[in-house]
Design a binder for this molecule. Structure first.
Ligand code: SIN
Length: 342
């Protein structure tokens, strides 16, 4: 036995299950659609992967068991509080969250900004239900626990282990409705790989996250509510009706999934100018799916006080805008500075 092996202490990893296809069940093993997500409990998920015991001691919790399309801000807040509480314990080395793929990128970015710990936090998921032939969840779970148990996965922000790749919560997005390899990190690329117990990193995240984040859960009121922020899309023939309805309903922020470099149809731009005049924060992101949205002279950013989302997609831009507004930051210059840092 080597000296390292003699001193190896089995790490403890908390596994929080929230539902998703990884916990999905179908009537027939040949079905990869037409199943119910969020059915199988965390104990059954773990029992299907005996190899986990060689990697870490597991503390399992069932936080929810839902289809992630139905996730809401109250569950994000509950999850972030639980993650912070567990990571504050000396005997927890890392944490894994089993989640649905559909909104994984939003939950991951939410935690990237609200987890106040440098310990590894790794989300994982599956594209095929637990009951399917060639289900991908068990291997993804093993890889996620392998990563969360590693000291060198610390201080990298929230990570996602999926299909042998390691992604940053900031960059990952779902890019396929059906493929087992359903995620990518456009523009930035993956952080590294996890395969057969080996972990390899190729780059670090440079934007602020976790312990460097200014966002504190305590700033969010006890009602489990975040300021109302909605996403709209600019497209050919778009009407201003949605913007007007949102403003009348009291929305505090609007993220526009614009065309190209976050450009906005003239009809929508007039409605958003009126929204700005009524104090609504407006962020320009893009519906393209990759690239960044840059402030530029042609865009109405300065004239109207719009904020550009950089490389954040509309769903993540919404998370950041909600957190900023919850902390009382709504001035365009302050919001732009936050979008430039996070
Ligand atoms: C979900 O997001 O909960 C269902 C879809 C999936 O996990 O792939």
């Amino acid at each position: 036995m080597s000296v390292d092996a003699a001193h190896w202490r089995r790490p403890t990893v908390a596994v929080l299950a929230t539902g998703g296809t990884i916990a999905g069940e179908a009537a027939d093993a040949a079905r990869t659609v037409g199943y119910t997500a969020g059915v199988v409990g965390v104990d059954r998920l773990l029992a299907a992967v005996p190899a986990l015991g060689r990697v870490a001691a597991i503390r399992a919790e069932q936080v929810a068991n839902i289809d992630s399309k139905d996730i809401d801000e109250a569950l994000w807040i509950t999850l972030a509080r639980r993650v912070n509480a567990l990571l504050a314990q000396d005997d927890i080395d890392g944490l894994v969250i089993a989640h649905g793929t559909d909104t994984l990128e939003e939950t991951a970015y939410w935690l990237h900004l609200t987890v106040a710990s440098a310990k590894p936090v790794v989300l994982t998921a599956a594209m095929r239900p637990f009951t399917a032939l060639s289900a991908d969840g068990s291997l993804n779970l093993l890889n996620a626990v392998t990563l969360a148990a590693r000291p060198d996965a610390a201080a990298r922000g929230v990570l996602v282990a999926f299909a042998n790749r390691i992604h940053s919560a900031r960059d990952i997005t779902k890019v396929s409705t059906y493929a087992v390899d359903a995620f990518a990190s456009p523009e930035s690329g993956v952080l590294g790989w996890v395969q057969d117990g080996r972990v390899e990193f190729q780059r670090r995240v440079t934007r602020a996250h976790t312990i460097e984040s200014v966002f504190k859960l305590e700033a969010i009121d006890t009602q489990h509510a975040l300021p109302a922020v909605q996403i709209i899309v600019s497209h050919a023939g778009v009407s201003r009706v949605v913007v007007d309805a949102l403003v009348d309903a009291g929305v505090r922020g609007i993220v526009v999934a614009g065309t190209g470099n976050g450009s906005i149809h003239a009809t929508l731009q007039r409605a958003l100018a009126d929204a700005r005049a009524r104090g609504v924060a407006v962020v320009r992101s893009s519906r393209v799916g990759s690239g960044h949205v840059m402030r530029n002279g042609a865009a109405p950013d300065d004239a109207l006080g719009l904020v550009s989302a950089g490389t954040l997609n509309p769903y993540k831009a919404r998370v950041l805008l909600m957190l900023a507004l919850a902390h009382g930051w709504s001035e365009p210059a302050m919001l732009q500075s936050l979008f430039d840092q996070y």
